[in-house]
Design a protein around this ligand. Structure first.
Ligand SMILES: [Zn+2]
Length: 389
């Protein structure tokens, strides 16, 4: 079955060898042919090949489905009291994670599954077609494995984040918790995850602890990524580069050495501006990173304490307003950048060979995303060549 989309005012391919030659590879008055769930042809509508069925999108823009490369999808509980206190001026320290850990441990698997399902529905409705999902609100062998098992029902991009925080039962015994994370917990979780992550920051895990956790994960066959440089300057970025991590996420506080290290590496800098908004922190400087040649991704950091956000268009709008990105750079970061952060070549682009994961925007140009600030922008969403929204 060959399906042809026509009437595309602006097709964002993210392939600079196509269309206008920009990083977005924009083809105007375009058509796109889908077969077996994949894009098999793109070009001008006038040159479109035959197809079994045709859909006219009516002069709208088509962009790759968003790749949300950083979410904490599976959790229970409510942290509105903490959010209210912070909005009244209290500083974020990461301590509220334990509130979510207690609620998540107490929830049934069916409750966690229903909550995750509701969040993925919101993500889909706002244009996301690929998500990453972390554990990190269980912090016992059983609870971390349970979160990863449920996460795996929603995505293949699952991340073991046992080193999210030291749980209360290990207060005063950090070394004992690291032994658990790198020992029994890793053995139970590695078969359920693709990635290993650690929160390396002020008040979280030190550089040496984070290195130990990530090295153990690598030895167990997982690929490293990490939370770093969110709450202050620190070793996170340089550790990510040293270990060949796919991504270092947050990057709010960077030295010139951090930026240079990222620029000379394959490690993506994933920015999470809705989390900086939620913690009343400064915003990261995307302009500085892009000008230095660093690959930048944007993601929601969907979590109950600092970024209860599921919408990538909101992230794009905030990134353009606050981090120095152009609308085109922000869209690229939310699609191709996220794909790079997950080391995926099959998503985040719409050129031949890619998965047919795409969004028909309710606008003639992708630039409207930068101004939508949360208004619904998704006219249609197609995943793996089938219309889902
Ligand atoms: Zn996070």
């Amino acid at each position: 079955m060959k399906t042809l989309l026509t009437g595309i005012a602006e097709l964002i391919t993210n392939d600079p060898s196509l269309g206008d030659g920009s990083p977005l590879g924009i083809i105007r008055r375009a058509a796109l042919l889908i077969e077996n769930g994949h894009v098999v042809w793109v070009g001008a509508t006038a040159d479109a090949p035959d197809a079994d069925e045709r859909f006219d999108v009516g002069g709208r823009a088509v962009v790759p489905g968003f790749v949300d490369s950083h979410t904490h999808l599976v959790f229970a509980g409510d942290r509105s009291a903490e959010i209210a206190a912070r909005m009244a001026g209290e500083r974020y320290t990461g301590g509220g994670i334990m509130t979510t850990v207690a609620a998540t441990r107490a929830a049934s698997a069916e409750e966690l599954r229903a909550l995750a399902r509701a969040r993925t529905r919101e993500m889909t409705a706002s244009g996301t077609t690929t998500i990453e999902a972390k554990s990190g609100y269980g912090l016992t062998v059983t609870d971390e494995a349970r979160i990863l098992r449920i996460s795996g029902e929603f995505t293949s991009e699952t991340t073991f984040l046992g080193a999210h925080a030291v749980p209360p039962e290990f207060a005063g015994n950090r070394a004992g918790y690291i032994r658990l994370v790198t020992g029994d917990m890793l053995r139970a979780c590695a078969p359920l995850a693709r990635w290993i992550d650690v929160f390396c920051d002020e008040g979280a895990f030190t550089g040496d602890e984070a290195r130990e956790v990530l090295r153990a994960g690598i030895a167990a066959g997982l690929v490293p990524r990490l939370h770093g440089n969110q709450l202050g300057h620190g070793p996170g970025v340089r550790l990510a580069v040293e270990l060949g991590a796919a991504s270092v996420d947050h990057c709010t506080y960077l030295t010139d050495e951090d930026v240079a290290a990222l620029a000379g590496s394959d490690t993506v800098a994933t920015l999470l501006p809705t989390a900086d908004r939620g913690t009343l922190s400064p915003y990261p400087d995307a302009r500085r990173l892009i000008d230095a040649g660093v690959t930048v991704a944007l993601a929601t950091d969907c979590n109950p304490g600092t970024s209860p956000v599921t919408s990538m268009p909101v992230v794009i709008a905030l990134a353009v307003r606050e981090t120095g990105m152009t609308p085109s750079e922000a869209l690229h970061a939310a699609t191709a950048g996220g794909a790079r952060a997950l080391r995926r070549a099959d998503v985040g682009r719409l050129s031949p060979g890619a998965r047919a994961d795409l969004v028909v925007l309710d606008a003639p140009s992708h630039v409207h995303l930068a101004d939508s600030a949360g208004s619904p922008m998704v006219s249609e969403l197609w995943r793996h060549g089938r219309r889902r929204v």
